[in-house]
Write a protein that binds this ligand. Structure first.
Ligand SMILES: *[C@@H]1O[C@H](CO)[C@@H](O)[C@H](O)[C@H]1NC(C)=O
Ligand SMILES: *[C@@H]1O[C@H](CO)[C@@H](O)[C@H](O)[C@H]1NC(C)=O
Length: 312
C-alpha cells in the first residue's frame, strides 16, 4: 500500500435556519418579492486552502454582490452562488499559512485502501470516529489495537498494552443520547450521489503534469476520522483490517456528528493524492485531488432539488 495524502472536501449541506444567520444569509431574490423565504442554502465545508483555490479556479462560484461574507465566531462564511445554487462555504482545519498552490496539506490524512490512487474521489457510506480510545492496563484484557503485535523486528509483549475503540455520544433533539461508532451519510443524498456522479469526468492533468492513471469516483467505502494525523502505514493497515475503512482524515467525523446532532443531511466527498516525498509532483496530484473533489461536489450540488419559493 502506498502512503498517500488525503485532501478532504466535506460537503455538509445545511439548512440555515438559525437566527444569527438568517438576516445576513437571506436570499436577496426572495426578499424583494412577496414570496415566503423557503429555500435551502447549501453549506460547503472545505478543509484546506487548496480546496478553496479549486473552488475559485472553477469559475463556478459568484460571491454575493451585497454581502459576500459574514464573520461569525472567528470564521468567515462566504456567501454566493455555485452554478446558480445558493451556497455558503467555510474553511475548517488545515494550516492558516498563506496559500501557495503547491503547499502540503495540514488537514490531510491517509488513504489506506489498495484499489485507489491519486486524484480519485471517494464518497463514503459512513464515517467512524476512531479517536476515542479506552487504553487498557498491561496484563489486563486486550483491546483491539495490541501494541505488541507491532513490535519490530518481531511481535511480542509491549508495555503500552492495548486500546479499545469507544463509541461516541450522539445527542439530538427529542431523543435520548445514543452511543454510536459509525456516522452514516444521509441515505437519500448518498443515493443521489451514486447516480449523478457515476459518469463524472475527472481531471487527470494539471499544469502539464498528469496522474499515472485516470482518476475515478469510489463509492461504498467507509472512512475513519480522528484528531490524529495518520501517516503511519502500519496503523493505516490496522484501521483497514479492523474496521474495513478505506480512508483516514481529521475532519469528516466532526462535520458528520454536527450534522446528525442537528438533523441536517450531509455527505462527504473527498479527493486523494499521493505523498510523493519530493514536493513537486505530489503537489500537482494534491491540487488535482482537491479539484476533482470539487468537481464532484459541484455536480452533486447541482442535482439537489431546487429550493422553492412559496409565492402569495
Ligand atoms: C512550491 O514550489 C516552488 C517552486 O517549485 C518552491 O520554491 C516552493 O518552496 C514550493 N512551496 C511549497 C510550499 O512547497
Ligand atoms: C469492505 O469494504 C468494501 C468497500 O470498500 C466492501 O466492498 C467489502 O464488502 C467490505 N468487506 C466487509 C467484510 O465488510
Amino acid at each position: 500500500m502506498s502512503s498517500v495524502n488525503l485532501v478532504v472536501m466535506v460537503v455538509g449541506l445545511l439548512v440555515l435556519a438559525q437566527q444569527s444567520f438568517q438576516m445576513s444569509l437571506r436570499n436577496p431574490v426572495a426578499e424583494t418579492n412577496n414570496c415566503k423565504i423557503d429555500f435551502t442554502r447549501l453549506g460547503l465545508v472545505l478543509t484546506s486552502d487548496t480546496n478553496e483555490q479549486a473552488l475559485q479556479d472553477s469559475g463556478l462560484f459568484t460571491p454575493d454582490a451585497e454581502t459576500p461574507y459574514v464573520d461569525i465566531a472567528g470564521r468567515r462564511f462566504h456567501i454566493g452562488t455555485l452554478n446558480a445554487r445558493y451556497i455558503v462555504y467555510v474553511k475548517i482545519g488545515g494550516n492558516s499559512i498563506p496559500y501557495s498552490w503547491n503547499y502540503s496539506f495540514g488537514s490531510a490524512g491517509a488513504l489506506i485502501y489498495k484499489k485507489s490512487s491519486a486524484g480519485d474521489v471517494s464518497v463514503p457510506l459512513a464515517i467512524a470516529f476512531t479517536g476515542a480510545w479506552n487504553w487498557k492496563k498491561f496484563g489486563s484484557e486486550e483491546g483491539k489495537l495490541i501494541f505488541g503485535e507491532f513490535n519490530y523486528p518481531e511481535n511480542g509483549e509491549n508495555l503500552l498494552a492495548s486500546v479499545d475503540y469507544d463509541t461516541i455520544k450522539l445527542f439530538s433533539k427529542g431523543q435520548s443520547p445514543q452511543d454510536v461508532f459509525w456516522l452514516p451519510s444521509t441515505t437519500s443524498w448518498y443515493s443521489v450521489a451514486t447516480k449523478v456522479l457515476q459518469d463524472l469526468e475527472l481531471s487527470q492533468c494539471y499544469d502539464g503534469v498528469c496522474l499515472p492513471s485516470k482518476p475515478k469516483i469510489v463509492f461504498g467505502t467507509k472512512g475513519s476520522s480522528s484528531d490524529s494525523y495518520i501517516k503511519n502505514k502500519a496503523y493505516g493497515d490496522f484501521l483497514h483490517k479492523a474496521f474495513n475503512v478505506s480512508t483516514a482524515d481529521q475532519e469528516s467525523a466532526a462535520v458528520a456528528w454536527t450534522s446528525l446532532s442537528n438533523e441536517k443531511p450531509f455527505i462527504v466527498i473527498r479527493g486523494a493524492s499521493n505523498v510523493a516525498g519530493a514536493a513537486s509532483p505530489g503537489s500537482q496530484a494534491s491540487y488535482l485531488a482537491s479539484y476533482n473533489a470539487f468537481l464532484a461536489a459541484a455536480k452533486f450540488i447541482e442535482s439537489i432539488p431546487t429550493p422553492r419559493l412559496a409565492c402569495e
